[in-house]
Design a protein around this ligand. Structure first.
Ligand code: NAP
Length: 307
């Protein structure tokens, strides 16, 4: 048996997984990403484990894209409970898993892995986490909203599917690469076939990433969601300028950096209500906890750990 180290490392790598030296309490969960240093999941999940007296801990793993297959194989052999996947692994992992839940197939991305008797299973909690975050931030359900999503990547697809499942009033996808947004819209047609009367605008629509298209849509939506990384880097502009925004809007920026993002600042300037992605991070994490441990997550403990 290998000797236990006293403390967990800040960031583990594939080399650590290959020559695994456990700590006390043992690392049995974590997040795979590249980069991964910024992840808030360890502090959130470790607070939950401590509160629930689960004798294990959650760590960061810097795993490169070409290391993912081996890393998943190693955590299976090391009998981990599960893993979160973040950029850039959410899509690539799907082909490396033994099975995935239905919404992973529909979204094309997994953010949670659970290991059951040596079998690796994939889940996606981003969409459900987003719906809970919107309810909490704005006291409204998706089904009552006309939503415009900026982006058509992993997060946008999870959010769009959730909007479809919850039968939102209207859904508009604006993506820089228009064709990708159109394909996402095509995949959601079945959810929007029902008769909701909205006047002259279609219930489901892909639009171009340009000011004229934004200007027209803003009069016909209630909630705008930024599911792009625009706003993450210092000096980034707001994906939608404040002069186009209006006080009736709710703005949800999935970016959860400590500072207010340019979109949040633009929303405040326009007199709109705005929320950042911390609440989505919290709820997707709480849902992941429930997948791993089949018990209710200590939501307030987790919230406090990341606020
Ligand atoms: P992704 O799969 O790489 O997708 C990125 C999307 O952003 C694509 O639609 C891309 O458009 C668009 N984009 C990238 N750069 C752009 C630019 N300069 N201008 C306009 N559009 C641009 O990434 P993801 O995993 O969906 O993540 C997107 C964001 O969601 C990230 O900021 C992440 O932090 C956030 N997120 C937050 C949570 C949470 O819990 N709060 C969870 C998941 C993700 P093209 O198709 O044209 O390239």
């Amino acid at each position: 048996m290998k000797k236990k180290r006293a403390a967990a490392k800040e960031v583990y790598t594939l080399a650590d997984l290959k020559d695994w030296r456990d700590v006390d309490p043992p690392v049995r969960l974590g997040v795979f990403g590249d980069p991964v240093e910024h992840s808030l999941s360890p502090q959130m999940q470790n607070a939950a484990f401590k509160h629930c007296k689960l004798d294990m801990q959650y760590a960061r793993f810097h795993i490169l894209p070409d290391e993912l297959r081996e890393a998943i194989d190693l955590i299976r052999k090391l009998e981990f409970v599960g893993i979160n996947l973040t950029i850039p692994h959410k899509i690539a992992a799907i082909d490396l898993l033994d099975s995935v839940e239905e919404n992973v197939k529909q979204i094309g991305a997994a953010n949670v892995i659970r290991i059951d008797d040596g079998k690796v299973r994939g889940f996606n909690t981003d969409g459900r986490g987003f719906a809970r975050a919107v309810r909490e931030e704005f006291s409204v359900d998706l089904r009552d909203l006309r939503v415009m999503i900026l982006g058509a990547g992993g997060a946008a697809r999870a959010i769009a599917l959730q909007c479809g499942k919850e039968n939102c009033e209207r859904l508009v996808i604006a993506n820089r690469a228009f064709e990708k947004g159109r394909l996402l819209v095509d995949s959601l047609q079945n959810f929007f076939a029902g008769p909701k009367v909205l006047g002259p605008v279609p219930r489901l629509q892909a639009i171009r990433w340009d000011e004229a298209a934004f200007r027209f849509q803003i009069a016909n939506v209630d909630l705008i969601v930024n599911a792009t990384p625009v706003g993450l880097k210092r000096g980034d502009p707001s994906p939608i300028p404040s002069r186009l925004l209006a006080p009736h809007l709710m703005i949800y920026d999935t970016i959860y950096s400590a500072e207010r993002t340019p979109l949040i600042l633009a929303a405040i300037e326009a007199g709109a209500r705005a929320a950042k992605g911390l609440s989505m991070l919290l709820h997707q994490g709480a849902l992941a906890f429930e997948i791993w441990f089949q018990r209710e997550a200590p939501l307030e403990v987790m919230r406090k750990a990341i606020s």
